[in-house]
Design a protein around this ligand. Structure first.
Ligand code: G3H
Ligand code: 13P
Ligand code: ZN
Ligand code: NA
Length: 283
């Protein structure tokens, strides 16, 4: 069934586990996510980035995810990932999304608060949940110094002020993860996470979780992370299987015989994440 983001995350926050939020931009990734959720009996968040919207078209991807979510035996939320444009957020609301992220983290704090607060007022009026970001979660390709990395991390006092003034439902925090594949091993600031959770007591979101070692994920969940964003690990599973398949069989030409096995490879990765996050069996 299609449900709101907060319905899924309120329970995760209360019971101390995390729900996977997986990026999709087409039919097969969406199938992989929904099948993984059903097979492990997990609640799940299916999210689309602005790039994903541009690739698939908002009406098309909305229809695919909503149709599959409504038929699913587990709770599914449809979420906008990193909405940086106010109008895009509004379009998602009009297309039946049940969760949106207003990401104004690049703006100064007061401006981030202002636009996020407006989104919260409109979205809540329509029964839609809102995620926002405080601090800056960059990419692994960004060449930043240790000092710059520290400065980009979420300040607990700022996070508290932000949550109070905007009324957001869940908050993405910068504690040392980055989008994309890591070169070395990421170092997470667990003390910062612990402090933020104690001060805010709301569901917290970990971005850039592909490539983060399992032990670090478990610790983050035990300290209060309730939504974990995964994109790169799914993309890599898809590409690995695709290369294997084409190499093994140079004659294959039916897209279904190519994309079907790729979907299964993505599903396996997603199921493992759901188990690791503690969401399996929580639907
Ligand atoms: O946060 C980034 C997500 O992995 C989406 O990436 O903008 O390439 O769709 P994208
Ligand atoms: P990864 O690609 O590192 O998994 O990050 C995904 C993400 O944070 C989407 O918002
Ligand atoms: Zn992200
Ligand atoms: Na990552």
């Amino acid at each position: 069934m299609l449900v709101t983001g907060i319905e899924i995350l309120k329970k995760a926050h209360k019971e101390g586990y995390a729900v996977g939020a997986f990026n999709t931009s087409n039919l097969e990734i969406t199938q992989a996510i929904v099948e993984a959720a059903e097979e492990t009996k997990s609640p799940v968040i299916i999210q689309v980035s602005e790039g994903g919207l541009k690739y698939a078209g908002i009406e098309t991807i909305s229809s695919i995810v909503r149709t599959m979510a409504e038929k699913a035996s587990v709770p599914v939320a449809l979420h906008l990932d990193h909405g940086t444009d106010f109008n895009t957020v509004m379009k998602c609301l009009r297309n039946g999304w049940t969760s949106v992220m207003m990401d104004a983290s690049k703006l100064p704090l007061e401006e981030n608060i202002k636009v996020t607060k407006t989104v919260v007022e409109i979205a809540h009026g329509m029964g839609v949940s809102v995620e926002a970001e405080i601090g800056k979660i960059g990419g692994t390709e960004d060449n930043i110094t240790v000092d710059e990395r520290e400065a980009a991390m979420t300040d607990p006092e700022e996070a508290l002020k932000f949550a109070k003034e905007t009324g957001i439902d869940y908050l993405a925090i910068a504690i040392g993860t980055a989008h994309g594949p890591y070169k070395g091993e990421p170092k997470l600031d667990f003390d910062r996470l612990k402090k933020i959770k104690e001060m805010l007591n709301i569901p917290l979101v970990l971005h850039g979780a592909s490539g983060v070692p399992e032990e670090a994920i478990k610790k983050a969940v035990s300290l209060g992370i309730n939504k974990i964003n995964i994109d790169t690990d799914i993309r890599q599973a898809f590409a690995r299987r695709l290369r294997e398949l084409i190499e093994k069989d140079s004659e294959v030409y039916d897209p279904r015989k190519i994309l079907g096995p790729c979907k299964d490879a993505m599903k396996e990765v997603i199921k493992q994440k759901m188990i690791l996050f503690g969401a399996a069996g929580k639907a």
